[in-house]
Write a protein that binds this ligand. Sequence first.
Ligand code: SF4
Length: 212
Amino acid sequence: MKRSDVIELFTRLREIDPHPTTELNYTTPFELLVAVVLSAQATDVGVNKATKKLYPVANTPQAILALGEEGLKRYISTIGLFNAKAKNVIALCRLLIEQHASEVPHTREALEALPGVGRKTANVVLNTAFGEPTIAVDTHIFRVANRTGLAPGKDVRTVEDKLVKVIPAEFKQDAHHWLILHGRYVCKARKPDCPQCVIRDLCRYKDKTVAG
Ligand code: SF4
């Protein structure tokens, strides 16, 4: 995609949503980190329902560790893969206490060393909690980047690297959320809503849907 088209694309996404953010509810970096770990292969709505009950009771590494794995499972049992996630969150809390003074670390290396935290989760936390211009490529971003021709690639890492390269600095901080929201609500997996899409004329997707 031409640089002028990339600028136009993000200018339009910014116009319809000047201050995009995650749909996961959180009030601290730790709450965000745990919510993102819980959100793997689960919906944000489902995670929010669980954390709405969990966080008033336990929203620090110490408090969640005190709940124990079984105690934590009672709050997150409606979320997919909750057994493995409970185990990871408990191990993550222990590590934060032992190695990071109970704080969420600000570096990619330290984040990715936490149980249950991969590159995507680290990118979300760096971007959303700490304001860094990282781009976490999830299924929505991967689809939008490929369909539009913004950053085509066969795997998420290729798409991430291309996005980091092609997105102008002024849009980088929020690009992650604009692309996720666009993928979630407009450029949907099974049937993209092309007639309603504000970037339709810039998009290179060959199978655009038509009205009616
Ligand atoms: S025109 Fe269609 S395929 Fe292209 S970004 Fe918009 S919704 Fe997605």
